[in-house]
Design a protein around this ligand. Structure first.
Ligand code: V0D
Length: 236
């Protein structure tokens, strides 16, 4: 059995779900928020330590302005509808990404959500917001270079570099799931995905169910993780 502390999900397929129901894309995102609630509460119940969700990428600004505005209203919808339940479930909300360009109103909601849940000790529900893996690595490299110049780091290696990533305080990423049948990483957690297991599922995110998470975990548990080594007990 593998240990499973940290799951990341690329919640793809909201637009395609909406199209298949002859609905505007925004209705797919609305359904998507309800799924965030359902799956976060379920993952916490399963004892997962950290769930990182790709909410908004550095490339999502290229979408139509109306859609971007709608997306930016979702944290408030989530906060208003579900904060009580998030608190009752002892879930802690955190964020990773470049907050600088996030509209002030949404930013204030993030701050409120983070503050309200900061003392909770259950699962960390980590939203990737205006997040890009390449941008994260460049940002880290800049700080790393400066700290090296200032004599604050002695050894340049994978371990010390890790301290400069947004995810420095989170457990190592074990499993990345992408819904909606696309098989790409799309700039998500590029450094962290090094030895993660990848599972691609056909389901559109608005149709994703607890049972789909169970299925992904079952597949994950059966996999033989070797982290680059060979497994002497099996005939590889
Ligand atoms: C749309 C499907 C929850 C994928 C899920 C601003 C994309 C629903 C949040 C959320 C989004 C963020 C912060 C917070 C509370 C909730 C969210 C965005 C998009 C982008 F404190 N869902 N969600 N944020 N979608």
């Amino acid at each position: 059995m593998n240990t499973l502390n940290h799951i990341a999900i690329i919640m793809d397929g909201n637009g395609r779900w909406a199209k298949s129901h002859n609905l505007p894309r925004t209705m797919g995102h609305k359904k998507g928020v309800e799924k965030v609630r359902e799956i976060a509460i379920y993952a916490n119940k399963l004892g997962i330590k950290c769930l990182t969700l790709y909410a908004f990428s550095t490339e999502n600004w290229k979408r139509p302005e109306k859609e971007v505005n709608y997306l930016m209203s979702l944290p408030k919808v989530f906060f208003k509808s579900y904060l009580k339940e998030i608190m009752a479930n002892n879930i802690k909300i955190t964020m990773i990404g470049d907050m600088k360009d996030i509209p002030l109103e949404a930013k204030n909601i993030f701050k409120e959500a983070i503050k309200a849940t900061s003392k909770n000790t259950g699962m960390v529900l980590n939203f990737a917001m205006n997040y890009g893996g390449q941008r994260e690595i460049v940002r880290a490299a800049k700080k790393y270079a400066q700290d090296y110049k200032d004599g604050k780091i002695k050894n340049l290696n994978e371990k010390t570099f890790n301290n400069y990533l947004y995810t420095k305080d989170l457990p190592e990423l074990d499993l990345m799931i992408r819904t909606s049948a696309e098989e790409r990483i799309s700039n998500f957690l590029l450094y962290q995905v090094a030895y993660s297991e990848l599972i691609f599922m056909d389901t559109y995110w608005p149709n994703f169910k607890k049972e789909d998470l169970d299925k992904a975990i079952e597949i994950y548990m059966k996999r033989n993780r070797r982290f680059g080594a060979i497994d002497e007990n099996k005939s590889n």
